[in-house]
Design a protein around this ligand. Structure first.
Ligand SMILES: Nc1nc2c(c(=O)[nH]1)N[C@H]1C(S)=C(S)[C@@H](COP(=O)(O)OP(=O)(O)OC[C@H]3O[C@@H](n4cnc5c(=O)[nH]c(N)nc54)[C@H](O)[C@@H]3O)O[C@H]1N2
Ligand SMILES: Nc1nc2c(c(=O)[nH]1)N[C@H]1C(S)=C(S)[C@@H](COP(=O)(O)OP(=O)(O)OC[C@H]3O[C@@H](n4cnc5c(=O)[nH]c(N)nc54)[C@H](O)[C@@H]3O)O[C@H]1N2
Ligand SMILES: [Mo]
Length: 805
C-alpha cells in the first residue's frame, strides 16, 4: 500500500457497531434535536404502539419489547425530528439560484419545511402560499393538460399504504398509469424477475426462517449501513454456527464483524462477533458467473454421488414435482466454460467449488440480496439465477429457506402492493372499477426512465412528487434537470428542501408534509398509517411528536386536496377518507382481497403477513410451476471491447440516506469529512501511472453516451483500496452524472448504477473551471459537471470506532 498521507482517508480498524455507533448517534442527536425529547422518542421506534422507522424495510421482532438499537435508524429519525426549520424567512433571504450552489447536505440541513411555498420567477424566490390557493393552481394546471398521460405521478417509498393508495386513485381517476417511482431505480428486477420464476414478486422468507437456516448467502448488499437491524439477526445466526457466505467486491465491515451495542459484555470488552464465514470479493458484475459456477459444481457433485450409488445433492423430488426448465438450465450450465466464469468473476474455481459444497451441505439456505444484484444491465437475470440456485435443492417454501430481497425505502413494497405501478394487472383495474365505478386507464404508463424521457421531449408537462428527489436520484442528472425545467407544473410534497425543488417549472409548488414521527390528527382523532416491510408484514405506525409546524398537512390530506381541486367526481369522498384513515383501509381491503379484515388485523401486535403463495409452494406462474430460467453467458459487459475501461459501482456511504447526506463521513471505509473519492485497486492505479491520493478524472466510455453528451467527473481523489482489479467504487448521487439514462436492465428498466464503464486518468484540471462547473478543492462548495454543488469539507476527524464516548 502506498504510504502517502491523504487528508480524510485512513484505515478503520474497529468492528461494525460498538462505541463508534453510539458516538455517531449522540452526534446526530446533538446536531439535529433539542436535548431531552430524543431518548423518549427513539424508544417509540418500531414498537407496537409507536411509529415505523423511516430508515429501512427490515422487519421488527415484535415479540420482544426491547428497543432494538440501530445507528442509522437513529440518524433517520433525528434527521426528520430535527428542531431546525426552513421557514419563509429563509426563502426570502436566499434566491433559488443561490441555493442551487449549496450542497445537498446543506439544503436538507436547514431543517423541516414549515409552509406551503410557490416559486416566484420575478424575484427568483419561493414565497408563501395558502393551501387552498396551492391546490387550486395545481388543479388548474392539471386540468389544462390536453391529455391525462401528460402528467407524471412520482412516489418515493416512504409514503404509507394510505397515502399511496389515494395517490394512485387520484392519478387513475385523472386518467393515467404514469407512476415513476423509486422502485424503478431499485428492486424492479425483483418485481419483474421473481414473478417469472416463482410467481410472486416479493421475498419468501420471514424473520423466523433465519432461526432455522444452516447457511445464508449475502450477495450484493451492505446491511451494516443500509439495514443495520439485520446485523442482530446475522449475529444470532453466526453464533449458532450457521454458515454466512458473502459475495461482494468490497469488504464491508458489517459483514465481517459486529459488536452489538445491546451486548454489555461485547461493549465492555471490545470484542465482536465474526459474521461472514466465507467472504468472497468477486469483481463487479461477476455474480452470474459465480452462481453459474456453483450450479455447475452442484451438477457435477450430483452426478458423482449418483454414480457412487448415493442419492445425489439436488432435490430431484422437488424439481420433478414443482419446477419446469431444469433441462434447459443444465444445458446452459454445460455450455458455460469455466474460463469465462473465472475470468469474469475473478474468483478461483476452487473457491467456487467450496461455495457449492457449503450450499450442498446446508439443509436450509436463505439467499439475501440488494442493489449489488439488481442495479446492472442483467439485473433481472441476476435475480433469476439466485432463484435457480435455490430451486436446485428445494430451498424455497420450507422452514429456514427462501429468497430475501432487502427492500429499500421503508414502505416501497407496500406502495407497490396498493397500486403504485405503471403496469397494473388487469384484475386490479377491474377491482378498482368495481369499487369506485369508473373505468381506469388500461394502457401501461411511464416508469422512471420513460417519465424523464417524456418530460425531456415535451410529451409530459406536469410532475407531482409524493416525496423523493427524482432528478438527483436518476441517472444522467443533466438530462433530468432539463426535463423538469421544461414542465408547466412541478409539485413536491416533501419534508425537507432538496435539489429537485430548485428546478423551476412554469408553476412550481413545494408542499410540506408530516413525517412518520409526527402526530397526525384528523377529524376523527389521532390517525395511524400502515406500512409493509421486506417480509410482507403489514403493521400500523403512529407518530408521537408535535408536528414541525402547524401548517403541515398529512400526505393523505395533501393528495386529497389535489384530487378535489382536479377531479370532478362527487362520488369520491376525499374529505371523509381523510377524516378517518380506517375508511381508506376499508377501500384498500375492498380492492385487494388479501387485505381482508385489514383494520382488525393491524391491531394485532406486529400486524399481519400478506399471503405469499411461493412460501407455500403454490406457484402462480402460467404452468403452475416454479421455473428454472437460463441466462446465456456470464455477463453483458458494458465495456464492450474497451480493455482499458473499468467498471464503477456507485454506492452509499455510512452517513447518507439515498440523496440525503447526513455527514461527509464513511466510517467503516475509513473516509472522514469528504465524499470526493474513488476507490481503486492499487494495481489499476499502477497500470495508469497513478498513486494513492492523486487527483483523477472519470470519464464514461462512449458505448453509453446518450442524450446527455459526454460525461466526466473530475478531480476525485483516488484511494488505493481492497477491491478487485477492474472494479471501482464512488458515491451516489455525486457520481450519477456518469450513468447514461440509456444504460439499464432492459427487462426491468432499472439503471445500471453498479456497473458503469469508465476510464480513469490523472486529472487534467480542465474541469476546474466554472464552465465545466467542477471546483473540487476550491473552498467549501464543489460542483459536479451539471453545476450542482456536491460536497462541503468538514473537519477531518479520525475515528477507529473503538473508543467509548
Ligand atoms: N442508512 C441507509 N439505509 C438505507 C439506505 C441508505 O441510503 N442509507 N437506502 C435504502 C434503499 S432505498 C435501499 S435500495 C437499500 C440499499 O442497500 P444496499 O443494497 O446495501 O445498497 P448499496 O449501498 O447501494 O450497495 C450494495 C452493495 O453492493 C455491493 N456491490 C456493488 N457492485 C456489486 C456487484 O456487482 N456484485 C455484488 N455482489 N455486490 C456489488 C457494494 O459493494 C455494496 O456493498 O438500503 C435502504 N436503507
Ligand atoms: N447512482 C446511484 N443512483 C441511485 C442509487 C444507487 O445505488 N446509485 N439507488 C437508487 C435507489 S435504490 C433509490 S430507492 C433511489 C432513491 O431515490 P428517492 O426516493 O427519490 O430519494 P430520497 O433521497 O430517498 O428522497 C429524499 C427526499 O424525500 C423527502 N422526504 C423524506 N421523508 C419524507 C416523507 O416522509 N414524506 C415525503 N413526502 N417526503 C419525504 C425529503 O424531502 C428528502 O429530501 O435512488 C436511486 N439512485
Ligand atoms: Mo432503493
Amino acid at each position: 500500500m502506498s504510504k502517502r498521507e491523504v487528508p480524510g482517508v485512513g484505515p478503520y480498524g474497529g468492528p461494525a457497531g460498538g462505541w463508534g455507533a453510539l458516538q455517531a448517534v449522540a452526534r446526530a442527536l446533538r446536531q439535529q434535536m433539542g436535548v431531552g425529547r430524543e431518548a423518549k422518542m427513539l424508544l417509540k421506534v418500531n414498537q407496537p404502539a409507536g411509529f415505523d422507522c423511516p430508515g429501512c424495510a427490515w422487519p421488527d421482532p415484535h415479540s420482544t419489547s426491547s428497543f432494538e438499537f440501530c445507528e442509522n435508524g437513529a440518524k433517520a429519525v433525528s434527521w426528520e425530528a430535527t428542531s431546525k426549520r426552513t421557514t419563509p424567512g429563509f426563502f426570502a433571504r436566499h434566491p433559488v439560484s443561490e441555493l442551487w450552489t449549496w450542497t445537498d447536505f446543506a439544503l436538507e440541513d436547514e431543517g423541516r419545511l414549515t409552509h406551503p411555498m410557490r416559486y416566484d420567477a420575478a424575484t427568483d424566490r419561493y414565497v408563501p402560499i395558502e393551501w387552498d390557493e396551492a391546490f387550486a393552481r395545481i388543479g388548474a394546471a392539471l386540468r389544462a393538460l390536453p391529455d391525462a398521460n401528460m402528467a407524471e405521478f412520482h412516489t418515493s417509498g416512504r409514503a404509507s399504504n394510505e397515502a399511496a393508495f389515494l395517490f394512485q386513485l387520484l392519478a387513475r381517476r385523472f386518467g393515467t398509469n404514469n407512476f415513476p417511482d423509486c422502485s424503478n431505480m431499485c428492486h424492479e428486477p425483483t418485481s419483474v424477475g421473481l414473478p417469472e420464476s416463482i410467481g410472486v414478486g416479493k421475498g419468501t422468507v420471514t424473520l423466523a426462517d433465519f432461526d432455522h437456516c444452516d447457511a445464508i448467502f449475502s450477495i450484493g448488499h451492505n446491511p451494516g449501513t443500509n439495514h443495520p437491524r439485520m446485523l442482530a439477526t446475522l449475529r444470532e445466526a453466526a453464533r449458532r454456527g450457521a454458515k454466512i457466505v458473502v459475495l461482494n467486491p468490497l469488504r464491508e465491515r458489517g459483514l465481517e464483524r459486529f459488536t452489538s451495542p445491546q451486548d454489555p459484555v461485547e461493549m465492555a470488552t471490545g470484542r465482536s462477533t465474526p459474521i461472514a464465514t466465507d467472504y468472497v470479493q468477486l469483481k463487479i458484475g461477476g455474480d452470474v458467473a459465480v452462481l453459474k459456477g456453483m450450479m455447475k459444481t452442484l451438477l457435477a457433485m450430483d452426478d458423482e454421488s449418483r454414480q457412487a450409488g448415493g442419492e445425489g445433492v439436488l432435490d430431484r423430488a422437488f424439481i420433478d414435482a414443482n419446477t419446469t426448465g431444469f433441462d434447459e438450465l443444465v444445458q446452459d450450465l454445460k455450455a458455460t466454460p469455466w474460463d469465462d466464469i473465472v475470468s469474469t468473476s475473478g474468483v478461483a474455481r476452487e473457491e467456487i467449488d467450496k461455495l457449492a459444497r457449503i450450499y450442498a451441505q446446508a439443509r436450509a439456505v436463505i439467499v439475501c440480496y440488494g442493489m449489488g444484484i439488481t442495479q446492472h444491465r442483467s439485473g433481472t437475470a441476476n435475480v433469476q439465477q439466485l432463484v435457480n440456485l435455490l430451486l436446485l435443492r428445494g430451498n424455497i417454501g420450507r422452514d429456514g429457506a427462501g429468497i430475501c430481497p432487502l427492500r429499500g425505502h421503508s414502505n416501497v413494497q407496500g406502495d407497490r402492493t396498493v397500486g403504485i405501478t405503471e403496469v397494473p394487472p388487469p384484475a386490479f383495474l377491474d377491482s378498482l372499477k368495481r369499487v369506485f365505478g369508473f373505468e381506469p386507464p388500461r394502457e401501461h404508463g411511464h416508469g422512471a426512465i420513460a417519465a424523464i424521457e417524456a418530460m425531456h421531449e415535451g410529451r409530459a408537462k406536469a410532475l407531482i412528487c409524493l416525496g423523493g428527489n427524482l432528478p438527483v436520484a436518476m441517472s444522467d442528472p443533466g438530462v433530468c434537470f432539463d426535463a423538469i425545467r421544461k414542465l408547466d407544473l412541478a409539485v413536491h410534497i416533501a419534508t425537507k428542501l432538496n435539489r429537485s425543488h430548485l428546478l423551476a417549472a412554469k408553476e412550481t409548488l413545494l408542499l410540506p408534509c408530516l413525517g412518520r414521527t409526527e402526530l397526525d390528527t384528523q377529524k376523527s382523532g389521532t390517525q395511524s398509517v400502515t406500512v409493509e416491510d421486506s417480509m410482507s408484514m403489514v403493521h400500523a405506525s403512529q407518530g408521537s411528536l408535535q408536528p414541525a409546524s402547524e401548517l403541515l398537512r398529512s400526505e393523505p390530506a395533501i393528495v386529497a386536496g389535489i384530487a378535489k381541486a382536479t377531479l370532478d367526481d362527487p362520488t369520491l369522498d376525499w374529505d371523509g377518507w381523510v377524516a378517518d384513515y380506517s375508511r381508506i383501509r376499508d377501500l384498500i381491503e375492498a380492492v385487494f382481497p388479501q387485505f381482508e379484515r385489514y383494520n382488525e388485523r393491524i391491531r394485532e401486535p406486529g400486524g399481519f403477513r400478506l399471503y405469499n403463495a411461493a412460501s407455500a409452494r403454490r406457484w402462480d406462474t402460467p404452468e403452475g410451476r416454479a421455473r428454472f430460467i437460463a441466462h446465456k453467458g456470464v455477463m453483458e459487459d458494458p465495456r464492450a471491447d474497451r480493455s482499458d475501461a473499468l467498471l464503477l459501482a456507485t454506492i452509499r456511504s455510512h452517513d447518507q440516506y439515498n440523496t440525503t447526506i447526513y455527514s461527509f463521513n464513511d466510517r467503516y471505509r475509513g473516509i472522514t469529512g469528504r465524499r470526493d473519492v474513488v476507490f481503486v485497486n492499487e494495481e489499476d492505479l499502477d497500470a495508469r501511472g497513478l498513486q494513492h491520493g492523486d487527483l483523477v478524472d472519470l470519464e464514461a466510455i462512449e458505448t453509453t453516451v446518450s442524450v446527455g453528451g459526454s460525461r466526466r467527473l473530475c478531480g476525485l481523489t483516488a484511494v488505493a483500496y481492497d477491491i478487485p482489479r477492474g472494479s471501482l467504487a464512488a458515491y451516489y448521487p455525486e457520481a450519477n452524472g456518469l450513468v447514461s439514462l440509456h444504460d439499464f436492465d432492459v427487462r426491468s428498466g432499472t439503471p445500471s448504477y453498479k456497473s458503469v464503464p469508465v476510464l480513469l486518468s490523472l486529472s487534467t484540471g480542465d474541469c476546474l473551471t466554472e464552465s465545466s462547473a467542477s471546483r473540487w478543492q476550491d473552498g467549501d462548495v464543489r460542483h459536479d459537471q451539471t453545476g450542482a454543488a456536491i460536497a462541503t469539507a468538514e473537519p477531518h476527524r479520525p475515528n477507529d470506532g473503538s473508543t467509548p464516548m
